[in-house]
Design a protein around this ligand. Structure first.
Ligand code: KG4
Ligand code: ZN
Length: 333
């Protein structure tokens, strides 16, 4: 039996998971609520909260998995991308534990782990497949040839789509993180109420910074004539913005599927929890004849189970790293 403990600390979730022979045995996530007060993640506060949470989270993950430290065969951690101070907490903890137990250390790429979350449970995609990876920091179309061979074939040239959701929410006066709230109000609104322009980017790339500016100007104009405009039209504004963002996402995904001839299509990352995106992908998939893969909600947003899954594949490949490895705020595939 191979047991791996995995740690995720790239942003505002402190998480630990145990995987045994490719099966997730536990997955504990401590979400840092402190950032809500500030309307966004404060890096210094994130590092401090990781320091506070990491030991209890790891202990609970081991307890839930009914595994003691001496039964572990490797320790995995998120090397990047993410906030440096936050990554350092997880990396240092993982290194110390691996050193103390004299077992291998495995570094994991956070975005690759989001993709590999699809292997936690059935149905698992077959290779090659495409994954639209959408989070607070990234928007990528990834071509996955095998668990350890991935290529980014399209990505945002500026903001991530999660940022577009969060910034829209902020403009509407909603608390952080706004993405889930935009989703909630959008379900009650008319997606065609207010048309927003879609940015056109070459190839399979995206741009989400323009829509944020057009929403800002749109709101300024409307509020000038009616100070209650946002309150009176919250559902319709959210539905219209979400509709535009989803349309942009799926247009390029469709293009990527056509270009590559691949019809196994997945989504991953925090924004894949969006109910409108999940529904629209199912509908488009049915029309295009795709096999569509959408993770369970708990595996969409940041979690250590996905880090553990990536570590499982790396362990099988004996892909271990040195104790001197440093966390990377930006990290290539
Ligand atoms: O993957 P994730 O948990 O962290 C990063 O790696 O960034 O993604 C977080 C992002 C945030 O921007 C959050 O607002 C967004 O995912 N998000 C959503 C929803 N749930 C989370 N956006 C839209 N609709 C949702 N239901
Ligand atoms: Zn993430």
């Amino acid at each position: 039996m191979t047991n791996i403990l995995a740690i995720e600390s790239s942003c505002d979730e402190t998480s630990a998971a145990v995987i045994s022979n490719g099966q997730i045995r536990s997955n504990i996530v401590a979400t840092q609520v402190i950032h809500q007060k500030y309307g966004g993640v404060v890096p210094e506060l994130a590092s401090r909260a990781h320091q506070q949470h990491i030991l209890p989270v790891v202990e609970k993950a081991l307890e839930d998995a009914k595994i003691s430290k001496k039964d572990l065969n490797a320790i995995a951690f998120t090397r990047g991308p993410g906030l440096l101070g936050a990554l350092l907490v997880g990396a240092s903890f993982a290194k110390a534990l691996a050193l103390g137990l004299d077992i291998p250390l495995i570094e994991v790429h956070h975005m690759q782990a989001h993709v590999l979350a699809h292997f936690i449970e059935e149905p698992r995609p077959s290779f090659p497949f495409l994954c639209l990876t959408v989070s607070g920091g990234h928007t990528q179309i990834v071509l996955i040839r095998s668990a350890l061979d991935m290529e980014i074939i399209g990505e945002t040239q500026d903001d991530a789509v999660g940022e577009a959701f969060d910034k829209t929410a902020k403009l509407l006066g909603l608390p952080y993180p706004g993405g889930p709230l935009v989703d909630k109000y959008a379900q009650l609104g008319d997606p065609l109420a207010f048309p927003f322009p879609m940015s056109e980017m070459p190839a399979l790339n995206y741009s989400f910074s323009g829509i944020k500016t057009s929403i800002l100007y749109f709101l300024q104009e409307k509020v000038k004539n009616n100070p209650d405009f946002v309150i009176e039209n919250l559902n319709d504004i959210c539905a219209s913005v979400q509709y535009t963002l989803i349309k942009m996402l799926l247009q390029k995904l469709r293009k990527a599927a056509k270009q590559t001839g691949i019809s196994e299509i997945a989504i991953a990352g925090g924004v894949s929890a969006n109910s409108g995106l999940r529904k629209a992908l199912h509908e488009l998939g049915a029309k295009e004849g795709w096999k569509v893969y959408i993770p369970r909600f708990e595996y969409c947003t940041d979690n250590a189970a996905m880090i553990a899954m990536a570590a499982h594949f790396k362990y099988e490949n004996e892909d271990f790293c040195e104790q001197t490895v440093s966390p990377l705020p930006r990290m290539d595939f």
